[in-house]
Write a protein that binds this ligand. Structure first.
Ligand SMILES: Nc1ncnc2c1ncn2[C@@H]1O[C@H](COP(=O)(O)OP(=O)(O)OP(=O)(O)O)[C@@H](O)[C@H]1O
Length: 236
């Protein structure tokens, strides 16, 4: 449903995304990981149309909605008003589906968004994106600044959305373990290029990926146990 071909994004003369190509199928959950400055946010912003590409194409069969880095709540507005802003582009004022999918939001709908916890705000940010009735949810850093238990709960909500509504997810995430756990397939970006791609369980086993990008994180053991086979394709 999403197809990226040879995408290049520049900031002046600096190349932030350097010839990236990949696809996300309908209802698929794909993680985009990589070190700081790799170009993850730039790539997701280009996919959402927030930054213009220098060259290449972004083709999407359905609607994309983004959950931005840092959540970007309208702090003085209520949760409900923040949600309604998410439906603005398609004139959707029906909050029912979002409250069905994320029932906690209904309970806090009159509260000011700025007074909520980080985890609650992230849930509002996801709900706000869902108001656009997206076929693909592009999430920039779900776990940013949140406690592990809160992140685990949000991840469960994502899996539920994907299962119940078939929403595809492109998850940009610093927390590699989380990203690999939530998304069956992953892309590893470095210096604007995809340097590895494949099933998350296999990427987690890749020595190259682990050593170069995730230090000593025992991602593989956490996900699959130490005996799983490494079959990932890694290009340099
Ligand atoms: N608005 C901008 N103007 C100029 N350069 C930028 C801008 N935004 C990002 N960059 C640069 O583009 C490169 C990619 O940045 P980007 O934020 O996309 O990476 P990232 O992988 O999301 O990093 P992080 O995980 O730290 O958010 C970096 O070198 C960054 O300094």
């Amino acid at each position: 449903m999403l197809r990226i071909d040879d995408l290049v994004v520049r900031y002046g003369s600096a190349v932030a995304v350097d010839g990236v190509s990949f696809e996300v199928g309908a209802g698929e959950m794909v993680a985009l990981v990589g070190p700081n400055g790799a170009g993850k946010s730039t790539l997701i912003n280009a996919i959402s149309g927030l930054v213009p590409p220098h060259s290449g194409t972004v083709a999407c069969e359905g609607r994309i909605a983004q959950v931005p880095e840092g959540r970007q709540m309208f702090a003085d507005m209520s949760v409900e008003d923040n949600l309604l802003l998410g439906g603005w582009s398609i004139r959707n004022r029906d909050l029912g589906e979002v409250y069905d999918l994320l029932p906690d939001l209904a309970g806090m709908r009159k509260r000011k968004a700025g007074r909520l916890s980080g985890g609650q705000q992230q849930m509002v940010a996801v709900g706000r994106a869902l108001m656009a009735r997206p076929d693909l949810l592009a999430i920039d850093e779900l776990s940013l600044g949140l406690a592990p238990l809160v992140v685990a709960e949000l991840a469960e909500h994502l899996r539920f959305l994907n299962r119940e509504r078939g929403t595809a997810v492109l998850l940009v995430e610093q927390e590699v373990t989380l990203a690999f756990d939530v998304c069956p397939r992953a892309l590893v970006l470095e210096a604007g290029r995809i340097i590895a791609a494949g099933p998350s369980v296999e990427l987690a086993q890749s020595e190259t990926v682990r050593k170069a990008y995730f230090g000593d994180l025992a991602v593989a053991e956490m996900m699959t146990g130490p005996t799983a086979q490494a079959t990932t394709e890694v290009s340099t």
